[in-house]
Design a protein around this ligand. Structure first.
Ligand SMILES: NC(=O)c1ccc[n+]([C@@H]2O[C@H](COP(=O)([O-])OP(=O)(O)OC[C@H]3O[C@@H](n4cnc5c(N)ncnc54)[C@H](O)[C@@H]3O)[C@@H](O)[C@H]2O)c1
Ligand SMILES: O=C(O)C(=O)C[C@@H](O)[C@H](O)[C@H](O)COP(=O)(O)O
Ligand SMILES: [Zn+2]
Length: 356
């Protein structure tokens, strides 16, 4: 079992990573709650819900709520149904929401916890590789028809309890999706971590579970260090959004769930690299990264059928925008990200080149 602590001005909480931790939930939680609401999705429930319920067996009030698996559940309707469920149970402020799942369950259940009775405790129990990112840092929320994560809050969990055994059932496509955020953490952090990741994660087929578990912790610590410096994204936290300006627009424009989040981020990172070369007039290892992402099974160009004018319109809803300008996280060098407002005509020009 590995553990580290994340400290922000508003909350200090542990991140615990290890095999079989779902069985030890109660001991790891340390605090007592009046009731527990386990939120999970329809694909995870048959695999792990009973184990988590069993871990809470000694508690009198344990409830569970299962949402349909997939990005579409990060919506107003699902949010309302879950809130209705908790209001009808008449739960009090001492209850605890347990998010058992990937980023969809974590973001949705976290936002429910942030808003129910103006905030109750919640615990992240990530079950995807991608959730090495989504389970910590406190960004919780849901999507809007016009853009990703447009409704939400900064609201931290009591703890992140990452049972790496659950990754054994993760579908191949979801492994690849999670790898995109792992690569992102390497690229924004340092040349040393980037090189280490390229060496340890050369291609999807060559990655052992043990290697993945060690890299996963390192990637989480990159995020934890950034969040500790800038909890609510007024500065360096924006770097965690590398690849997301276009990535989120691609997810929305292709219909939530058609592209995985990681696929959107992979394409978005290549686009941000191309923009960086145009803005800073120096060369970056774009071919190397494109080739690496490809070997990890990720797409690196915009899927056919997506209209670039619509992508630009959607990027105008991105939360980083400032003074009416779309803001990207660009790269000066590996380990040297920078936020930058980019003129629309340049975005269109680079998109034009980038289209399949
Ligand atoms: N809050 C943040 O900081 C943050 C960071 C990154 C991403 N996100 C959000 O996370 C979401 C994506 O998360 P995700 O990639 O985990 O997707 P997800 O939660 O939809 O999970 C992916 C798929 O895998 C299934 N699944 C999950 N765990 C499984 C397991 N152990 N075994 C078998 N199947 C399993 C799910 O049912 C789903 O079908 C996006 O909405 C994204 O915006 C948030
Ligand atoms: O934690 C952050 O900060 C991030 O930007 C991490 C991203 O990987 C994540 O996808 C996040 O949900 C994006 O946030 P948003 O503010 O662009 O919606
Ligand atoms: Zn992301």
């Amino acid at each position: 079992m590995e553990q580290f602590t994340i400290t922000t001005p508003h909350k200090t909480y542990p991140v615990v990573i290890g095999k079989g931790l779902r069985h030890q939930l109660l001991e790891l939680l340390k605090k007592e709650f009046s009731a527990y609401v386990i939120v999970t999705d329809s694909q995870i429930a048959p695999l792990y819900l009973e184990d988590v319920k069993k871990a809470l067996m000694s508690k009198p009030k344990v409830y569970s709520y299962v949402v349909p698996s997939g990005e579409a559940s990060k919506d107003f309707d699902t949010y309302k149904r879950l809130i209705d469920y908790m209001v009808e149970l008449n739960l009090d402020r001492q209850c605890c929401v347990i998010a058992l799942g990937g980023g969809v369950v974590g973001d949705l259940a976290g936002f429910v916890a942030a808003s129910f009775l103006r905030g109750v405790a919640f615990v992240q129990m990530p079950t995807t590789l991608l959730a090495h990112d989504s389970s910590l840092g406190g960004k919780v929320g849901i999507n809007h028809d016009l853009g990703k994560n447009l409704i939400g809050a900064f609201y931290h969990p009591e703890a992140v309890i990452y049972d790496t055994e659950t990754l054994s059932s993760l579908p191949e496509k979801e492994w690849r999706s999670g790898l995109a955020e792992v690569v992102k953490h390497g690229i924004i952090d340092s040349k040393a971590l980037y090189d280490k990741m390229r060496q340890l994660l050369p291609e999807r087929q060559a990655i052992s579970v043990e290697v993945m578990a060690s890299i996963l912790k390192e990637a989480m610590m990159v995020k934890a260090n950034i969040v500790a410096q800038d909890e609510t994204e007024s500065g360096v936290r924006k770097f965690l959004n590398f690849g997301h300006t276009l990535g989120h627009a691609l997810e929305k424009e292709s219909g939530y769930g058609a592209l995985t989040h990681g696929e959107g981020v992979a394409i978005g990172m290549i686009f941000a690299l191309k923009l960086s070369e145009r803005v800073y007039h120096h060369s970056l290892p774009i071919e190397e990264i494109t080739d690496w992402l490809g070997r990890l099974g990720l797409p690196t160009s915009i899927p056919k059928g997506l209209d670039k004018a619509k992508l630009v319109q959607t990027m105008k809803y991105d939360k980083k925008r400032t003074d009416g300008q779309i803001v990207f996280v660009l790269l000066k060098a590996i380990g040297e990200p920078k936020t930058q407002a980019v003129p629309e005509d340049l975005i269109i020009e680079v998109l034009e080149d980038f289209h399949e």
